[in-house]
Design a protein around this ligand. Sequence first.
Ligand SMILES: [Fe+2]
Length: 323
Amino acid sequence: MNRFLSQVVGVELFTPKINDSLWYFKDVLGYYEVGKDKESVYLRAYNEFLYPFSIKLTEQEKSGIGEIYVRTMSEADLYDTVKTLEGNGVKGLWVEPDSKIGRSYAFETPSGHTVRLFWDFKEFVTPEELKSILKDRPMKIPNKGIGVVGFDHVAVSGVNQKENRLFWEKLGVKTHEMVVKGNMEIAAFMSLTGKAHDIVFFNDQIPGRLNHVAINIEHSSDIFKVTDMYRDYGIEIVSGPLRHGITQGIGIYGKEPGGNVIEVHGLQYYNYLPDWKPLVWDVDKDFWNPGAALYGYISEYLMKGSPEPGVKPLRPIELRARR
Ligand SMILES: [Fe+2]
């Protein structure tokens, strides 16, 4: 299958406590603040190439996920993908370039999440004082916080689980693993790049919610340092530290002060097989153990997501259309 999409570059997170969320990302995780506009603050981790940000924090009344930023493989692929989407009945809108992203197309997925598809972007230029000694390290390792290396994946929950999976597969995204309950699809672990997962969808009654955003560490042992720091700095631990069966990643899930769950993550497998058939786990037989957690503790609380259950998530595409 042809690939049209290059990678999930980052996400926008809504937070009702932007200053506290900034403290968490900058002082605990070690993100660099690299820009600000009226509503949002842009963050990037030290080992992310060229892209102007991977986390965009936007102040809103409730927590949750805003836009998901996906880059295409080429400029032509941007326009071809939009043609395919619109041919399949998707009604998105073109967004003129902003300070970070070039002309882009915002649309809502069947699960109720807003994706901004783009090709051009404003390349990040590292200030002289933050340049690493290495040519291939985009910025110096930060001198505070854990020093996470960059964005890994986003896990969201929404409606139309099967329709949504097929929608992404039509765009060339591979499903590596799935969770089912009998005939019902519960989760899909999907990959744009060959990593075990770039985007994960969980079945839910409500469209457009966030489960978690995962951020990579450099060394597996950093998981324990993060866990210790969470205890020292009062970050609520939602699950972990643990190793997953599905994807084989390791992680510790904490709730940032704005209410969104962040997974500090490492490892996972790579799978470049173009004709891969998804592995299927059945919750009634084999999901929780070892699928969800090969070892370590995972709580059902993790599945609550943000905003908290019962609160209607904001729809970023509607917010954008109203501007
Ligand atoms: Fe994850």
